[in-house]
Design a protein around this ligand. Sequence first.
Ligand SMILES: [Zn+2]
Length: 473
Amino acid sequence: MRAERTKRSGQAVVFLLLAFTALVFVLLFNVDLHRIIQRKNQTQNAGDAAALAAARWQGATLNLVGELNLLHLLALANQTPAAVDAITNMQARLCFTGPMTALFAAQIAAKNNHIYVDPDMTALLTEHAATVRTQYAARFDGSQYFFEPWPGAWAEYADMIGQVAAAGIAAGPDNTQRFLDPSSGHPLMEKAFYEAVESRNWCWFYLHARGLIDSYSSFHDWPPLPEQDVTDTVNSEIFGVGLRPVATPIRFLFSAGALETHFREAGFDTVSAAMLAVTNVMNAVENWYVYNPRDWADWIRIKPDGGDAFPVTGPVRPEYDYAGADAVVRVYASVARMTPGIDGGSRNDKVVWTAAAKPFGFLETDAGKQRPDSAAGFVLPAFRNVRLIPVDAASGSENSSSDIDWVRHVRSHLQPYLETGHPSSGCRYCRALAVWEQPAFRQEGRDWLELYCADCNVRSGGGGRGGGSRRGH
Ligand SMILES: [Zn+2]
């Protein structure tokens, strides 16, 4: 009897201990949850603030370039050719200094919102500054690799990136368009290839690279990497504003009367059509800054029509319906966990937030509000505000800071691999290449496909971009 009671009270103690332990876990977990949510909010605010800050400077840059277009006309009317040169030179620089200011402003916004410097993103931009300094400015048979928008541009640009990076990158630019990144078309530049190797997704090969898996025997079989296709070195690669100079007489774009209207809108009340109608103003072939139609087209990524289109409800107002300059940034933060043992080892959770923002504006015309590029593509001061936009509706590039390993792989590992057949070590994509290089691996794929290729259909084949967010939050 007594023994029984002791046994029972022993059971109760065990039960209480268990319940207590569970309670402690629940409490700690709640603290963690609270912390994670709080940090997540903080991170979102920081990312949004950084994207908005960058977009604001993009808008300011566009307005400045637009005002300089008008000042250029005034300088012509006043017959001051030295001023004309200074103005076009300044416009060329603004296409780089403006976005670099945007990059710097994004860092300050993120840091003010409790985001720490990210060593990876800082390293990536530091590396990029070195690439610009050594490779962009390199000369081949007397000609520059990348055309310099003004003399000494690449050295100055490298300095600017280097200086921002030296202060530490907290908000990584996530929609960079680097001059050096080949535009693809080569299997080694498709992430899907590496993913198919990693996951032994033989169907991907069957559907997208059948020749490769059937006949590949060594690294000599790869086609050469595509040539760099660099036609636009007018804009900064980071937060570029999508402009270009066009040499033409202004009379091909506007009448003197229309110009007078544009001057008035921009606040130059004293400029008259008569002043501008002078021959040397209207007929001189000059470099005017215009929106590059490749960038400033319809905003197709946000069109609400059809199944795959971005889900916005209702039409976008015409004066806002354009792609063009936008800023996408990525911020990281970590949350220290208190709950023991939940994540096995690492006690920190990484919180990520990607935000996109875009400068908006319009021209007031007799026909109402019009897109900023509606005046013959001529840049005029038009940008009045900035808005956050859906990340999926922003411009982007696979070669962004979102996957630092990928950027390094494409830029630094592929060429040596194609020369020696030996992938670098320590990189996920190179490890996939090493697997691919094993004849047994490819044989396994061929054997599998011989039996099951009928099961490969386009829908389940992978490879293409599935649904969902391209960068994801
Ligand atoms: Zn690699």
